[in-house]
Design a binder for this molecule. Structure first.
Ligand SMILES: Cc1ncc(COP(=O)(O)O)c(C=O)c1O
Ligand SMILES: [Zn+2]
Length: 430
């Protein structure tokens, strides 16, 4: 690449960036500041040169029909016209995530008194979390920008996804995690890369370190730092899929876990894009955010009725959601307030109970993030914030096998017996 990946930004008044092939970012036209609307050219930029606000992908004219999407592959590339990726994206090795199940949750709905409840189960992605979606888009950007290293600071799942996608793409990966992360999440990265770096500190410390490295090293694509605008667009595919799987319509209510808040803002953006493109009917829907009480800067601001988010020092078993200074927190507040939703939080005990609630009712083993979402759903119904008569979707973003310890003490063999019928009969299980 002709310019360093660590440049902060560049104005949009130049023509195509040297070294960038035509159509490298599909229908994307520029990067636009979420705060002041200033535009910069497509490149490894993430902060506005005018106001330091976050940049996001802006598109040119787009027209795509339901039929064209339905004829596409059964992964996120069926929505490639709506993503910052080239039209030949399917020919590059990637993890091809997406098109996960949308399950009608009859039992959980009955248990909580919700008439129509669905679970979007993203635990079945290639590395078992929704992060495969964002990483697939980040990998495309990294490739187009000729990055030498594919990297991230992570609360765990992102590191798994980056390490695996980089291995498939044959690009060097370096992933940074807090040293106290759950062992399965460490192993799930280390199997794919020999450059897992455990940092003595919180995720927010790891994130700061990553920004520093991005500024020092040439050619590093940090998926959620200097290619964040492209990366974040990947979460839109959750919203696209939910609408398509509901038969091209939007749900009335949706509950989404919040760490940085990126996913929630992008699901909302996806719904807005589908409306604007005429792919679904325009209708009101409410967006709810879910946090763990031990790291709830967004729900705290929501409940206090303030706009500013005060960073916190996380202390929760929901480590994948343990971001104390959420980059997109203020946008989450806006969206939840504007749509008539809410942001709620639950204790670690409720998170554990949430994991079991989903497992015992729907046969889905979620990680602590999904336990948080399920427990928040329950609390929203109990406190009257969510309308149980309206069609509701929750997103299960991760897999329980990665956070076994959260429930390992609460479940286990009901009995340990000798291999005889008498011994079994004595247990009273029959
Ligand atoms: C399983 C899981 N769910 C949800 C999230 C929250 O995502 P976001 O940072 O986009 O809010 C994360 C983030 O790491 C995660 O790992
Ligand atoms: Zn700006």
């Amino acid at each position: 690449m002709s310019a360093t990946l660590s440049e902060v930004t560049q104005d949009a008044d130049t023509t195509t960036r040297p070294g960038l092939r035509e159509g490298a970012f599909g229908n994307a036209r520029a990067l636009s500041c979420r705060e002041c609307g200033h535009e910069v050219e497509l490149g490894p930029f993430y902060a506005c040169p005018e106001c330091f606000g976050p940049l996001e992908v802006a598109y040119g004219e787009r027209a795509v029909s339901r039929e064209e999407i339905e004829a596409g592959p059964r992964n996120i590339w069926r929505y490639k016209a709506l993503l910052p990726v080239p039209t030949d994206i399917e020919s590059s090795p990637n993890t091809e995530p997406g098109f996960t199940r949308l399950l009608r949750a009859h039992n959980l709905g009955r248990e909580l008194g919700i008439e129509t409840l669905w679970v979007k189960d993203d635990s079945t992605n290639p590395t078992n979390s929704f992060k495969d979606r964002v990483v697939a888009c980040a990998l495309s950007a990294a490739r187009e920008l000729h990055a030498k290293v594919f990297a991230c600071p992570s609360t765990g799942n992102l590191a798994n996804a980056v390490a695996a996608a980089g291995a498939r793409a044959g690009i060097k990966t370096v992933v940074f995690i807090p040293a106290d992360l759950e062992k399965p999440k460490q192993v799930n990265s280390a199997v794919y890369t020999d450059s897992l770096v455990a940092v003595n500190g919180s995720y927010d410390d790891v994130n700061r370190l990553a920004s520093e490295i991005a500024g020092e090293e040439d050619g590093w694509a940090f998926v959620n730092v200097n290619v964040r605008p492209y990366y974040a667009e990947g979460s839109k595919t959750l919203g696209f899929e939910i609408a398509e799987q509901l038969g091209w319509r939007l749900p009335d209510q949706i509950v989404i876990p919040v760490a940085s808040g990126s996913q929630l803002t992008k699901v909302h953006k996806a719904f807005q894009e589908l409306i604007a493109l005429g792919l679904v009917e325009d209708k009101p829907y409410r967006v709810f955010g879910a946090q763990a009480a031990g790291c709830s800067p967004v729900s705290t601001a929501y409940k206090a009725g303030v706009d500013a988010i005060r960073p916190v020092k996380p202390d929760t078993i929901a480590k994948s959601l343990a971001i104390g200074n959420p980059a997109d927190g203020i946008y989450v507040l806006d969206i939840c307030r504007q749509t008539g939703g809410a942001v709620e939080d639950v204790t670690d005990d409720e998170v554990r109970a949430g994991i079991l609630l989903l497992a015992r009712n729907e046969g889905i083993f979620t990680e602590t993030a999904g336990g948080t979402t399920t427990a928040v759903l329950k609390k929203l119904v109990e406190t009257g914030q969510l309308d149980p008569s309206l069609e509701t979707v929750i997103i299960n973003t991760g897999m329980g096998l990665k956070t076994l310890d959260a429930v390992a003490d609460q479940v286990g063999a009901a009995a340990t017996i000798d291999p005889s019928y008498t011994a079994f009969a004595a247990t009273g299980i029959a």
